[in-house]
Design a protein around this ligand. Structure first.
Ligand SMILES: Cc1cc2nc3c(=O)[nH]c(=O)nc-3n(C[C@H](O)[C@H](O)[C@H](O)COP(=O)(O)OP(=O)(O)OC[C@H]3O[C@@H](n4cnc5c(N)ncnc54)[C@H](O)[C@@H]3O)c2cc1C
Ligand code: FES
Length: 268
């Protein structure tokens, strides 16, 4: 069983200015923040913790994956689901806010044990995939994106290439969930150098995927989510149970030792 990857980033807490806010669906925006220190240190899978308001509402920062890095700016893909994400989504260009990052570990894109990467995501879990796809392409890997949603209206994949879609209602692409789509394409994939799966999305999807990858002996990394507070290992608000090599379980702080874990460690 592979160990959890632990990395130390050069973390900065900076006042960043929004330079662009683009609505890409009814409730999802891509927000560009000018923050050179974070952009320079960021790796795919890292996240930032953002104080979306100057007031005490909400009091705590909110965590977001780094969707893309463009020069000295980072893009965040945000889905409005509550008070914090609503304030962030409605923030216009020129607004500034405190951004802490890059935080957490990152996807391991470089190994020699694969030449084809399957990027599997659902909903706003697609957020880290563009930055990841770009890094994998630099490492000369072939990338296939599998993106799932309940209906075609839920499918979001800005900038991603080599795409296949799955929808629960069959309104676009494969009828079924995105893990079933993976199961259906696996026999058709011819790779000399091996496969590796990278995923981010809702927990039930990740659970099904971890089971599928174990069954087919495919290496897989999952980016998990939890409610977070500090983002830097102090508040213990982000603890999740993971498997250990000796067959027991232990607590992992997702903000420090995650959000990316080896799928073997996911408790099914
Ligand atoms: C490492 C990491 C990366 C993330 N990346 C992104 C991203 O790129 N884009 C994005 O839109 N969101 C991302 N999220 C989720 C995002 O942080 C939450 O949606 C946000 O904190 C909710 O804040 P809120 O004030 O709008 O909602 P709240 O008012 O706090 O909550 C509204 C509802 O959503 C639930 N909720 C809150 N946080 C989460 C969560 N993390 N997972 C599931 N349900 C939650 C609450 O229980 C509540 O029911 C990420 C979370 C983590 C931990
Ligand atoms: S969010 Fe505070 S310890 Fe992880």
């Amino acid at each position: 069983m592979s160990p959890v990857m632990i990395e130390t980033n050069a973390i900065a807490d900076i006042r960043a200015t929004i330079t662009e806010n683009r609505l890409i669906s009814s409730d999802i925006s891509i927000i560009t923040l000018e923050c050179p220190e974070i952009a320079a240190a960021a790796k795919p899978g890292n996240f930032v913790n953002i104080k979306v308001s100057e007031s005490t509402q909400p009091l705590l920062r909110r965590p977001f994956s780094i969707h893309n890095v463009r020069g000295s700016a980072i893009d965040i893909m945000v889905k409005s689901i509550g008070s914090g994400t609503a304030i962030f989504s409605n923030s216009v260009a020129g607004t500034s806010m405190m951004v802490l990052g890059p935080l957490g570990n990152s996807f391991n894109t470089s190994g020699q044990n694969f030449d084809t990467a399957i990027l599997l995501s659902g909903g706003v879990g697609t957020a880290p995939m563009l930055f990841l796809e770009r890094a994998l392409a630099l490492d000369q890997k072939t990338v296939i994106n599998l993106v799932g949603g309940r209906t075609k209206e839920d499918l979001i994949a800005p900038g991603l290439t080599n795409l296949m879609f799955a929808t629960d209602d069959g309104s676009a692409g494969f009828r079924g969930n995105v893990v079933e789509l993976l199961e259906s394409v696996l026999p058709t994939l011819e790779t000399k150098g091996g496969l590796k799966v990278f995923a981010c999305g809702p927990n039930p999807m990740l659970k099904a995927l971890a089971g599928c990858c174990r069954q087919h002996h495919i290496p897989c990394e999952l980016s998990l989510e939890s409610v977070m507070g500090c983002g830097i290992g102090i508040c213990y608000g982000c603890s999740v149970e993971i498997n250990t090599p000796d067959g027991s379980t232990r607590t992992l702080l997702l903000c420090k030792e995650g959000p990316v874990i080896d799928a073997e460690l996911f408790v099914l």
